[in-house]
Write a new protein. Structure first.
Length: 214
């Protein structure tokens, strides 16, 4: 069980089976959560009267300083949505929810604890890894591409459940940046779409990018 407190989260477990005692609960302050992955999803099925029954899902993975990793999968109660609203994608990627405020509470505190450390690392000439992306003082590296901070025009988490471009469906980190090699007659921007669960600490990356671009 993962329980959320003002100063951090607590992990506790049931008995170990075969009469073994349960491990003692362990409290982790926010600063001891080293990485956080998050994505949401939407399940739906057709119902009577051109309506769709939908249910928002939330997947969160936490890695702690001692190497412990905990994955949670939570769901809001199902709701009925008009079919045309569902098909045209007119549903917010972070909807009114009984679960999202709890997730946001965790994300806010973890990101606050990570931010000062990440900024100090970059200021000292170090690098911060975000899965397939690596940040340094000048920008982001992705595969063989270096993207200066000032060239990033959009960097955000988003969830798309309906689109004419089926490759975009799902939870992604989406980034738009200026293409310096496009030239005067080339399209001036490029997009990256990376599955959200491949990128740890997305909200930390969003804040670093916003500050560096400013």
């Amino acid at each position: 069980m993962l329980s959320v407190h003002r100063s951090g989260v607590m992990l506790s477990a049931g008995d170990g089976g075969d009469g073994q005692a349960a491990p003692a609960p362990r409290m982790y302050p926010w600063a001891e959560i080293t990485h956080l992955w998050f994505a949401n999803d939407l399940e739906g099925h057709s119902s009577a009267g051109d309506t769709v029954v939908t249910q928002w899902l939330y997947i969160q993975r936490l890695e702690f300083a001692d190497g412990t990793v905990v994955t949670s999968r939570l769901a809001d109660p199902p709701v009925t949505t008009p079919g045309d609203v569902f098909r045209t994608g007119q549903i917010a990627d972070r909807p009114p929810s009984s679960i999202w405020p709890l997730m946001a509470h965790i994300h806010t505190h973890v990101t606050e604890a990570q931010l000062a450390k990440a900024k100090a690392t970059l200021a000292a000439g170090g690098r911060v890894d975000f899965g397939p992306l690596t940040a340094d003082g000048d920008g982001l590296d992705y595969q063989d591409i270096h993207i200066p901070w000032e060239d990033i025009t959009v960097l955000r988490y988003s969830f798309v459940h309906a689109s004419v471009d089926e490759d975009e469906l799902g939870a992604y980190l989406r980034m738009e940046f200026r293409d310096r090699e496009a030239g005067a007659y080339g399209f001036p921007f490029r997009w990256l779409r990376i599955p959200a669960l491949d990128v740890p600490d997305v909200e930390l990356l969003e804040q670093l990018a916003a500050e560096r671009r400013a």
